[in-house]
Ligand binder design. Structure first.
Ligand code: ASP
Length: 334
C-alpha cells in the first residue's frame, strides 16, 4: 500500500519538478508559491520506527506536500494549502494529530489545532476537542464563521457539529503504537521521569498573491493530564502568520507557550530585520533550550525563504517550491 502511495507521490511531484532541480532551503528569487509541512520533532531517529511506519511517514508527508502543490500551482490560496495539508496529516495514523493522536493519562485523545492568515491576521483555534475528525477544519470554521478566535472542549465540539463537520467514534482515533507509548510513559512517570513523548503536524505556505498562512494540529503530550492545553492551538506560540512571516511550531508546549515562540521568530524578522533562519535558530536553538525545552519549527518568509531548525534528534518535514525544489526528510542528517 505504502509503496503504491509513494510511487503516486513521486510521479505527481515529478510532473512539476524541473529537471536537475535540487533540494535547498534558500530561494534566490521570490518563488510564486511555497509549501512547508512538518510531522513533529522529537526522538525521530533511524531505527526508532518500524520500516512500515517510516515509509508511511515519508509517504504521508509527501501526499500532504503534493496536495498543497496542486492547490498552490493552480493559483489556490495559502489558507487552502495549509488546511488541506494538515487535514491529510491528521487523517494519517503515523502522526500525533487527529487519528493516531497520543493518549491522555486516562487513555483518551484530546485534540488541539489552530490556523492563521498573514495579511489580515485572522485566526481560529480549538482546544481539547474529542471526536472531531479534523480539528484543523474546526479551527478554520472558528476563524471564518464565528466572532471568536478560540473555542475549547464541549463548546468547540458543539460548534463543530453545528457547522456540519465530520465526527468519528472515539476509537477511530486510537492506535496500538500510541497505546504502547502511554504504557511506557506511565511506567516512566511511576519512576519519577517525565519523558515528553509527543509530536504534532503543521504547515506554512505562500501563495501566488504573496499571502502567507500557517496551521498546526496535535494530540499534545502522551500521558498529559486531561484538560492540558499545549502551544499548538495558541496563536503566537504554536502558530503565527503575518504579512512577512509564517511559523508552525512543534516541541515541548509548555516552553513554546512561555517563549511565545512562533510570534517571537516573526517579531525578530519584522522589528530587528534578522534573516528568517537567524531569527528561527535564535528561538529554537538558543532561547528555548536555555529555558529547558526542546523542539523545532517550520518557518517561511514572504520572500520564499524557508527555515526548519530543531534541537531534537529529528523532525519529520517536507517542502516544495514553485522553482522546483522539494524535499521530504525525517532524520537530522538528511
Ligand atoms: N507542541 C505539542 C504540545 O506540546 C507537542 C509537540 O509538538 O511535540 O502539545
Amino acid at each position: 500500500m505504502h509503496r503504491i502511495l509513494q510511487a503516486v507521490v513521486v510521479a505527481a511531484l515529478a510532473a512539476w519538478l524541473a529537471p536537475g532541480a535540487a533540494a535547498g532551503e534558500a530561494a534566490e528569487a521570490t518563488p510564486d508559491w511555497v509549501i512547508v509541512v512538518h510531522g513533529g520533532a522529537g526522538a525521530v531517529t533511524p531505527g526508532s520506527y518500524t520500516p512500515e511506519d517510516e515509509s508511511g511517514m515519508r509517504s504521508d508527508l509527501g501526499l500532504a506536500v503534493d496536495a498543497a502543490v496542486r492547490i498552490l500551482s493552480e493559483g489556490g490560496s495559502s489558507l487552502d494549502a495549509v488546511s488541506e495539508a494538515v487535514r491529510l496529516l491528521e487523517d494519517s495514523p503515523h502522526f500525533n494529530a487527529g487519528r493516531g493522536a497520543v493518549f491522555t493519562a486516562e487513555g483518551e485523545n484530546e485534540l488541539d489545532a489552530s490556523i492563521m492568515l498573514g495579511r489580515s491576521g485572522a485566526a481560529g483555534a480549538v482546544a481539547g476537542v474529542q471526536g472531531v475528525r479534523n480539528p484543523i477544519l474546526a479551527a478554520r470554521a472558528v476563524m471564518e464563521r464565528s466572532p471568536h478566535v478560540m473555542l475549547s472542549g464541549e463548546g468547540a465540539e458543539a460548534f463543530a457539529r453545528a457547522q456540519g463537520l465530520e465526527f468519528m467514534p472515539l476509537e477511530w482515533f486510537h492506535t496500538e503504537r500510541r497505546r504502547r507509548a502511554l504504557e511506557a510513559a506511565q511506567q516512566q512517570a511511576a519512576l519519577g521521569n517525565v519523558a515528553p513523548v509527543r509530536g504534532t503536524v503543521g504547515a506554512v505556505a505562500l501563495d501566488m498573491r504573496g499571502e502567507l498562512a500557517a496551521a498546526t494540529s496535535t494530540g499534545g503530550m502522551t500521558n498529559k493530564r486531561w484538560g492540558r492545553i499545549g502551544d499548538s492551538p495558541i496563536i503566537g506560540a504554536g502558530t503565527w502568520a503575518d504579512a512577512g512571516c509564517a511559523v508552525s511550531s512543534t516541541g515541548w508546549g509548555e516552553y513554546y507557550i512561555r517563549a511565545v515562540a512562533a510570534y517571537d521568530i516573526c517579531a525578530r524578522l519584522n522589528y530587528l530585520g534578522e534573516p528568517l533562519d537567524v531569527a528561527a535558530r535564535q528561538v529554537v536553538m538558543e532561547r528555548i533550550p536555555a529555558m529547558g525545552g526542546d523542539g523545532g519549527v517550520i518557518a517561511l518568509s514572504a520572500d520564499g525563504a524557508i527555515s526548519m531548525p530543531f534541537n531534537t534528534e529529528g523532525m519529520a518535514r517536507g517542502f516544495a517550491r514553485s522553482d522546483g525544489t522539494l524535499s521530504v526528510a525525517l532524520f537530522a542528517d538528511e
